[in-house]
Write a protein that binds this ligand. Structure first.
Ligand SMILES: Cc1ncc(COP(=O)(O)O)c(C=O)c1O
Length: 491
């Protein structure tokens, strides 16, 4: 196959963050790391998620290198994209692991993180969860409330062990629209000294430090406000002879995708880290505090821009006042954050990159729900059935939150590397994945009964049609031969 010459994206789509891995060919078809979207859908079907490996690595690397502090240890917040291949990449890039459930701890272990590289930071844990995390030997369990502290002490005493903990605090900070005051997580600031006192008395818990996560950061100031409050807590801990050896400021950094997550201004780690580290060092020195390990837990800012959803137009509907482009994807099965966080994504006409945008479309998902709208108002070239579209920057909080609403299968994930090689890192759902939990309790139903239907859905219609044509041609050929034979016989 001759390779098509590739060129830079058309100026209207040529955004800095995409230049590293997107290009287009002379026919106006989008290429990712040099591979055309047509080739990708031919190999893996539609719709699909593509994750760009080099983009993930580069974001992780840049974040880690930005903090010039000897005891800096970033952790990847697994909740935003817990694909095992992504976790492996995070580990290879020197990140530790932030888990928010027992399931995520197990995933971390499957991705070969050592137990001492995992923190367990969910806001609610059962005694069984705590038992599991302690048995595994995680780095620290965050304590979100007095009730949870009691639970941890109880488990530690019963196991006759010492459980390492961090007190998760709500510093009650406010900066313009950003506030932690009504957040559900963390021990409210005014109760933390009481919690420190309690922890200081207990031999079965080892207080390692404090944890804060402020959700979406509108701007860097929130981290400074939290730092100042948390340093006061470190001083209180010191009075109780607790040596704090870990301070964790959570995630919340904005991704380099302004359309996808809107609350505030974009800032990156390179812009943020030098000032933060300077203030951090100053406060440690001023208060004569030993340098603790400094942790951040970025999630979406590491992976959002690496994710691309490829979907196919299955119908163009004239709705009178507007045109709807119906796709084979859905907000439910593929882009749930459009519904959950009201975020929107940039969208590219992947097979018509060089055509003029002349028509406004509502890009809709294929479920029955009227709110299943991927994009309300997009100027695009004239779209037709089988055209492909690319939904950009959807690498975070997408497949991890996607559902099977309308019994749609969630798409597969393909990791693409810089040299254009591709790897299937999650397969497309099967109907047995969707129905299994119910069939398992319906003892009379035999899953194999469904196999024939399952196979029916896997029929490749193009091959069937092509087969019929071949049959038809073959039959015609047969008839011709026969009639020639007849003619000869008649002679
Ligand atoms: C404790 C904790 N750390 C880190 C994160 C990651 O946040 P983000 O994806 O906004 O960086 C979250 C997100 O919910 C979280 O709860």
């Amino acid at each position: 196959m001759t390779k098509k010459r590739l060129r830079a994206l058309s100026p209207r789509y040529n955004k800095k963050r995409w230049r590293k891995f997107l290009s287009q060919d002379v026919d106006g078809t989008l290429h990712i790391e040099g591979v055309s979207v047509n080739a990708l859908t031919k190999k893996y079907g539609s719709p699909i998620y593509i994750f760009v490996e080099d983009e993930i690595r580069s974001k992780l690397r840049t974040f880690k290198a930005a903090f010039d502090y000897p005891m800096f240890q970033p952790q990847y917040a697994c909740k935003c994209n817990s694909n095992l291949e992504v976790l492996k990449i995070a580990r290879e890039e020197g990140f530790e692991f932030d888990a928010s459930s027992v399931g995520e701890i197990i995933l971390g272990l499957l991705a070969d993180f050592e137990p001492h590289q995992i923190t367990f930071t969910n806001l609610y844990k059962t005694e069984q969860d705590i038992y599991f995390a302690s048995e595994v030997g995680v780095k620290a369990i965050t304590i979100d409330s007095f009730e949870e502290l009691n639970k941890v002490i109880n488990v530690a005493e019963k196991r006759r062990t010492i459980i390492p903990i961090m007190l998760r605090v709500n510093p009650m900070i406010q900066d313009g629209k950003f506030t932690t005051r009504n957040q559900k997580y963390g021990i409210p600031y005014k109760f933390v000294s009481k919690a420190i006192k309690k922890v200081a008395k207990h031999e079965n818990v080892r207080m390692r430090g404090f944890h804060y996560h402020g959700s979406y950061a509108y701007n860097p100031r929130s981290y400074y406000l939290a730092l100042s409050k948390i340093m006061n807590l470190v001083k209180i801990a010191k009075k109780h002879e607790i040596v704090v050896d870990m301070l964790d400021f959570g995630g919340g950094f904005p991704p380099e995708a302004p359309k996808a997550y809107r609350p505030g201004k974009y800032f990156d780690a390179e812009e943020f880290a030098p000032g933060f580290i300077k203030t951090f060092n100053k406060l440690l020195e001023k208060n004569d505090i030993q340098k603790p390990t400094l942790i951040f837990e970025p999630g979406k800012s590491m992976v959002a821009t690496a994710g691309i959803g490829i979907m196919k137009v299955v119908s163009i509907k004239d709705l009178g006042k507007k045109y709807a482009a119906v796709t084979d994807a859905s907000t439910y099965s593929m882009f749930p954050d459009v519904l959950v966080s009201k975020c929107s994504y940039d969208l590219l006409p992947a097979t018509k990159m060089d055509q003029r945008r002349t028509q406004k479309y509502e890009i809709v998902g294929s479920t029955c729900d009227c709110i299943d709208i991927i994009d309300k108002n997009e100027m695009l070239p004239w779209m037709e059935e089988n055209d492909l579209m690319a939904v950009m920057d959807c690498g975070a909080y997408s497949y991890v939150m996607a559902s099977n609403f309308n019994n749609l299968k969630r798409p597969p994930i393909i990791m693409i590397s810089e040299d254009g090689s591709t790897k299937l890192v999650r397969r497309r759902d099967r109907y047995s994945d969707l129905f299994g939990p119910e069939l398992d309790v319906l003892k009379f139903a035999d899953p194999y009964e469904l196999k024939k239907y399952y196979n029916l859905t896997r029929v490749n219609l193009e091959k069937v049609w092509a087969g019929n044509e071949n049959d038809a041609r073959a039959n015609n050929g047969e008839k011709k031969k026969k009639s020639n034979k007849n003619k000869l016989e008649q002679k």
